[in-house]
Ligand binder design. Structure first.
Ligand SMILES: [Zn+2]
Length: 150
């Protein structure tokens, strides 16, 4: 796999999303953190370790926040990182910024289902993070969420 084959990594994130225990009130999301050398650093998915954990949060929790690889890493998330949440004090957008990850790749923008207007994309971009959207994989990322009334 070449270092930044975004579609291949996103397909891996979508595979991870399929492992999420379905929840009526939450998205099923997968996330993979990939280093500049093209190797996987960590991965996660929604509700992997508890009922409230988000995919990006679960992946980030597996590595020290000062891991030097994060400064040049890319995080793939099947859904736009959240900018508002009730379950935890910090959003995934904040966690990604705190980790210093400079590049985020998403497949699907958060629909206005639980949060009226997710600002994850805008917050990250405003903070200088490169956010790449892969709209051709949005349908697959969304299909994992067939349990929700979308
Ligand atoms: Zn989140």
């Amino acid at each position: 796999m070449v270092p930044f084959d975004d579609h291949s990594w996103m397909r891996r994130a979508i595979e991870l999303a399929r492992r999420c225990p379905p929840a009526a009130g939450a998205y099923s999301v997968g996330a993979v953190i990939v280093g500049a050398d093209g190797s996987e650093i960590a991965s996660g998915y929604s509700r992997e370790v508890d009922d409230a954990v988000h995919a990006e949060e679960s992946a980030l929790a597996k590595i020290p926040v000062d891991d030097p690889r994060l400064a040049t890493a890319t995080i793939y998330s099947t859904l736009e990182p959240c900018s508002q949440r009730r379950s935890r004090p910090r959003t995934c957008a904040q966690l990604i910024l705190a980790a210093g990850i400079p590049r985020v790749v998403i497949a699907w923008r958060e629909p206005s289902l639980f949060v009226a207007d997710c600002q994850g994309f805008e917050l990250l971009t405003a903070a200088g993070v490169t956010v790449v959207e892969l709209p051709d994989l949005a349908d697959q990322a969304r299909a994992v969420n067939a349990h929700l009334a979308l």
